[in-house]
Design a protein around this ligand. Structure first.
Ligand code: BDR
Ligand code: CA
Length: 307
């Protein structure tokens, strides 16, 4: 069983990623750490608690992380995730509280305690950047980071940049230059693994979790149809979790990635040296291909199993 910490800013696809992790016997979720991103830290934390309460998994600790990116101002993606960050279903306010202790101190303690721990950041990389800054040397104790973020060829928040990297480029730079075994599940693969409406309709009838996911999807998909005109929607963060469970949905190439920490319009872009032009050593396994139907079938089966 692989031990993971999900570092997250729920967010519709974050919520689905968390549910996938909880539904998967291959994973042990040691904790959930929250970060500002899709919405304010207060809202992303409440959303993480709401999801865990919905599935009666309040045994999974939630630790609160960074309220804003390292350098830039916090900027919420309400245009995708709504004012709550999880618009759509009518989830009650959480009854439970986050645990005591900052997210990065929690992560550091877990890294110390568990060999082979995999960090799965699916929001801006602020918490992981802070962790590396506060705990020098911890890099060698982190088995692997599988992150959702970046892109070889396209942006979704600017023409150049993917949201999670753009939201905190300095933190992302710190992660990509850390020497840790990093896998980048970016838009090149998530945009080719769309969750289609007919699959969601299977879930809609498959119990209360299926129905919750269908309601999340309805809101999120409407935004994607408006923005992209696609027939399905990318469940970005769930693909990163799936990659930890099974390595055969996403095909990767080991390449050098540099984060643009300069001004717009390139700010937050991930320059992937796909054709090895720079001579720089590879620092990330970059998602380049995906079995989209295989992944979405797997996702729906796992979510339906939560009842
Ligand atoms: C990423 O940005 C967020 O809106 C999603 O939750 C995902 O992590 C996709 O660019
Ligand atoms: Ca996210």
């Amino acid at each position: 069983m692989t031990k993971i910490i999900l570092d997250t800013d729920p967010g519709h696809d974050d919520a689905i990623a968390l549910l996938l992790a909880l539904a998967s016997p291959e994973l042990e979720v040691l904790g959930v750490t929250t970060v500002s991103g899709n919405q304010t830290l207060e809202k992303t934390t409440a959303n993480a608690l709401k999801i865990l309460e919905f599935v009666e998994r309040t045994d999974v600790p939630v630790h609160v992380g960074a309220p804003r990116p390292l350098v830039r101002e916090q900027w919420a993606a309400a245009y995708v995730h709504g004012e709550s960050g999880l618009d759509g279903p009518d989830l009650p306010d959480p009854k439970t509280d986050p645990r005591k202790g900052h997210a990065i101190d929690f992560i550091a303690a877990q890294v110390e305690e568990h060999d082979g721990l995999v960090l799965v950041p699916v929001g801006p990389l602020t918490n992981i950047g802070l962790l590396l800054a506060k705990y020098p040397g911890i890099e060698s104790r982190i088995a692997r980071i599988v992150l959702m973020g970046g892109s070889i060829a396209e942006g979704n928040v600017t023409p150049a940049a993917e949201f999670n990297i753009w939201a905190d480029p300095e933190a992302a730079h710190r992660v990509f230059t850390s020497g840790i075994d990093v896998t980048m599940v970016g838009l090149d693969v998530t945009h080719k693994a769309l969750l289609l409406t007919d699959k969601v309709d299977e879930l809609r009838a498959a119990g209360r979790v299926g129905s919750l996911v269908a309601q999340l999807y309805d809101f999120y998909h409407e935004r994607h149809v408006r923005m992209y005109g696609w027939e399905g929607s990318p469940v970005h963060d769930a693909l990163a979790v799936a990659h930890v469970i099974r390595g055969d949905f996403v095909e990767t190439e080991h390449r050098h990635v540099q984060v643009d920490i300069g001004p717009e319009p390139g700010r937050g872009r991930t320059y992937v040296d796909l054709w090895k032009r720079t001579g720089n050593e590879p620092n990330a396994h970059v998602g380049v291909g995906v079995n989209g139907p295989g992944f979405t079938q797997f996702l729906v089966q796992r979510l339906a199993s939560l009842g």
